[in-house]
Design a binder for this molecule. Structure first.
Ligand code: HPA
Length: 252
């Protein structure tokens, strides 16, 4: 256990979100976990006077692709630092018509299409098998606080939606996105799972704030439009403009 005061909120940043500019008094912590190395140092500091921990999910230089992120190490390190509440920032593609580029959304459901990732802490011989309830994959009370904070801060946020977690690192085919749409997915990203399930196993409160970077393949008005990294980063930067105000309201 760290000697630093526990954070009121831990934030995991996704693609295009590698630091929290408004974090003051930052101390870097990199706890050793039994699951191996986390994505990078945890930035522990003060945001609007409140203790916050920030971790860049892909590493600070975006060196880790989604399937190589050590989700177990990241979450167990945040818990070791005293975090009980995690806000996951996930860059996504939009599928549903309310989820176009630059939209912020707080999904309430997910479907997992990933494979080959370690999705549980019940891996070791003799460890207790946990069949955690996952009907609501995101903690309803934390979602409510995020939605209320966005309203208080005057930041547009879509309440709800289903996040489809794909394996990546390649983007999807148009047929895959058509299938996700038929399945009921509104958003698609590569890092939402197993993070959400692991957080639940640890008993952490967990909500996702999805940042729509692009129309998913074939989902936008120009069906054969190519998705470029420049477009993704520009839209994430534009959509993130309201994040500091939203976080300030959330931490009140
Ligand atoms: N698909 C999957 N993940 C993503 C996308 C996408 O279109 N955009 C940003 N992350």
């Amino acid at each position: 256990m760290s000697l630093i005061a526990p954070p009121e909120l831990a934030i995991i940043g996704g693609t295009g979100l590698y630091a929290l500019a408004e974090l003051d008094d930052v101390q870097l912590e990199q706890p050793v976990t039994r699951y191996g190395a986390l994505s990078g140092p945890v930035h522990m500091g003060l945001f609007a006077g409140r203790r916050v921990a920030f971790l860049a999910r892909h590493g600070e230089g975006h060196s880790l692709p989604p399937h190589r992120i050590n989700y177990r190490a990241n979450l167990s390190a945040l818990q070791a630092l005293g975090a009980t509440r995690v806000l996951a920032l996930n860059t996504v593609g939009g599928i549903g018509e309310r989820f176009g580029p630059r939209v912020l959304a707080c999904p309430d459901q997910l479907i997992d299409y990933t494979h080959g990732r370690i999705g549980t802490f019940c891996e070791e011989e003799g460890s207790e098998v946990l069949h955690v309830d996952f009907g609501d994959p995101y903690t309803p009370s934390l979602r409510r606080r995020v939605i209320d904070a966005a309203a208080a801060a005057g930041v547009g946020l879509v309440d709800g939606g289903c996040y489809g977690a794909t394996q990546g690192p390649r983007l999807e085919t148009r047929a895959e996105i058509a299938r996700l749409r038929r399945d009921g997915c509104d958003l698609v990203g590569m890092t939402g799972m197993p993070e959400a399930a692991l957080a639940r196993e640890l008993g952490l409160e967990y909500a996702c704030l999805a940042i729509v970077a692009n129309w998913a393949a074939g989902a936008g008005p120009v069906v054969d439009e190519q998705i470029t990294l420049d477009e993704v980063l520009a839209n994430v930067a534009a959509a993130s403009a309201g994040l500091p105000a939203l976080l300030r309201a959330l931490l009140q």
